[in-house]
Design a protein. Structure first.
Length: 563
């Protein structure tokens, strides 16, 4: 596309590269290969999260090279930068998982700092593993310079005993192995085939959930996200992203033109209709805060309640991201939302076209069953609900996709942290009917709000998934399925009522009434909370201590702020 309005393409970088007084800066840059012609062009940052600790972001350097080619072809000068990433899957079940959500803030901070310090005229951000996706977009929202986000893509499924498998199968196999339902040899065979290459986890877990959400929001171009990481066309997608970044610059299109209340509601609807990760609540609240847009946890419930569950995707369904790509991808999802009257179709996207225009061009593969028709939804309402009650005055998030349960009443089994709960699950300490309560895993209490995939997967692997419930002030992985309430707020470490629960207390989770309650009086809860002393936390030092001191409630997105 051509520019529709005059816009100074070097609106920021002139201050860094032009005039006699900038000779020293140019000298530095010439020494590493930037000539006069390159420095006369607009400078586009290419921020990626390559790291050799996971498959999710392993293709980022190769994709960044193609993005840079596209920028040069369109008349810009790219400058590459690298930020960090923490693998949720690899750190899961260890104290290392406490660093994952913290990394979201550091990713946003680091990209913002480099872009501000070096006066980029525009920026492309490449994301992959879970927290890199919202982290990059948080940075784009803060900077508000012409920008595009490119998701690195999903991994291909593995094959085990004639069926497709994902990393979810491995986590659940741990529980099956612990109860004697899987042999050592079978577990070893499964772990060797479940993650067959580069790319983020294959189901509608957090990475693919957020990639879809940001494509529907419009900060990623339509049709880009579900192209698998190792698909032959991914390099071309990256090249075109580089060209698009220059086009957005020529049009003067900023993230604030794309990230709006309407586009946030579109993203929420996509999460609800796809059975996406509960982490979407946390991350979209954070994006809204960075963009200065009013959004509350209750908005997620209202949108999910009017949105049918249409996507038959793991962890609750049958299919993976590659299947969605082959069925028609995110454009097909937006078409369903448009046809249902659930899409703000005039919301602008980074391409300069509205989301409604893109939705109308969606192509559906004949006979596909990944995205159901509107007259045959999986469920009439979306994949998550927000509950409140005397255990969650500020709210909690329940995932509804992948099971039919909407109410559970049972005795509490209380654990001060994930490890104690995992030990009970794997050693027969949980009984049918129990409500597993895991506390001191919130944003401040963790610190870092760990995901509970190891525990929830072990419960399912042990055959207890349909017979117990779980609640926590921590988070769930996008791969979690079962009757689970996460993000319980306020958290135990900040005086939340979850601190009052003791073994044997009757806990009720009631989706229809939107309630999470313990059978105690307000006076008893207050007295127990006042008397509660959380266990000493060996990890509250360094960056984790700084995070714990600054982080807000999960009900506000668990963002860091100066206090």
């Amino acid at each position: 596309m051509s520019a529709t309005t005059a816009f100074d393409l070097k609106h920021r970088s002139r201050i860094l590269t032009e005039g006699p007084e900038r000779a020293a800066a140019r000298a530095y840059l010439k020494g590493i290969g930037f000539d006069d012609e390159a420095l006369k062009r607009p400078i586009i940052g290419v921020a990626h999260c390559w790291i050799e600790t996971m498959p999710c972001n392993f293709n980022h350097r190769a994709l960044a090279a193609k993005v840079k080619e596209g920028i040069r072809a369109a008349g810009g000068t790219p400058m590459e930068l690298n930020t960090i990433s923490i693998s949720d899957g690899i750190t899961m079940g260890t104290s290392g998982m406490k660093t994952s959500l913290v990394s979201r803030e550091l990713i946003a901070d680091s990209i913002e700092l480099v872009a501000r310090g070096h006066f980029f005229d525009g920026i492309v951000a490449l994301s992959g593993c879970d927290k890199t996706i919202p982290g990059t977009v948080m940075a784009l929202a803060r900077l508000d310079i012409p920008a595009v986000m490119l998701y690195g893509g999903s991994i291909l499924p593995g094959r085990f005993h004639g069926r497709d498998v994902t990393i979810q199968d491995v986590f659940e196999a741990v529980g099956a192995h612990a109860t004697g339902r899987m042999t050592d040899e079978e577990l070893a065979e499964l772990e060797s085939v479940a993650s067959p290459g580069a790319g983020a986890c294959g189901g509608q877990f957090t990475a693919n959930t957020m990639a879809m959400a940001f494509e529907v929001m419009g900060i990623s171009p339509m049709g880009s996200s579900m192209v698998p990481a190792e698909h032959k066309s991914k390099a071309q997608v990256a090249f075109e992203i580089g060209e698009l970044a220059m086009d957005a610059l020529k049009r003067g299109l900023r993230p604030s033109d794309v990230i709006t209340r309407d586009s946030l509601e579109n993203a929420i609807a996509a999460i609800a209709c796809s059975g996406g990760s509960t982490n979407g609540v946390l991350h979209l609240l954070a994006i809204a805060r960075e963009a200065g847009i009013e959004l509350s946890i209750d908005d997620f419930d209202a949108i999910s309640e009017r949105t049918p569950l249409l996507c038959d995707l793991k962890p609750g369904g049958q299919y993976v991201a590659v299947d969605l790509y082959e069925a028609g991808g995110v454009p097909l999802v937006t078409r369903r939302l448009l046809d249902a009257g659930l899409l703000h179709e005039d919301a602008m996207t980074v391409t300069g076209r509205t989301i409604g225009e893109h939705a109308r061009e969606a192509a559906e593969t004949p006979g596909q069953r990944v995205v159901r028709p509107l007259d045959d939804p999986i469920k009439p309402t979306g994949g998550l609900a927000i509950l409140k009650g005397n255990l969650a005055p500020e709210g909690c998030v329940v995932k509804l996709a992948g099971h039919e349960r909407r109410r559970h009443v049972g005795p509490a089994r209380v654990f001060e942290g994930e490890e104690a709960a995992m030990d009970a699950v794997t050693h027969g300490g949980i009984q049918p009917g129990d409500v597993v309560v895991i506390r001191n895993e919130g944003p401040a209490g963790g610190p870092g709000m760990r995901e509970m995939l190891a525990v929830t997967a072990a419960l399912n692997g042990a055959g207890l998934g349909e017979h117990v419930a779980l609640l926590t002030d921590g988070r769930f992985s996008g791969a979690t399925h079962g009757f689970m309430a996460g993000h319980v707020a306020p958290e135990a470490a900040r005086g939340g009522p979850i601190a009052a629960v003791r073994d044997g207390d009757e806990v009720t989770i009631d989706v229809d009434d939107r309630r999470l309650d313990v059978a105690l009086s307000d006076e008893e809860i207050a007295a127990r909370v006042a008397a509660y002393e959380p266990p000493a936390n060996p990890d509250a030092t360094g960056v984790l201590a700084k995070y714990a001191a600054q982080v807000t409630s999960a009900s506000e997105g668990a963002v860091t702020t100066a206090r």
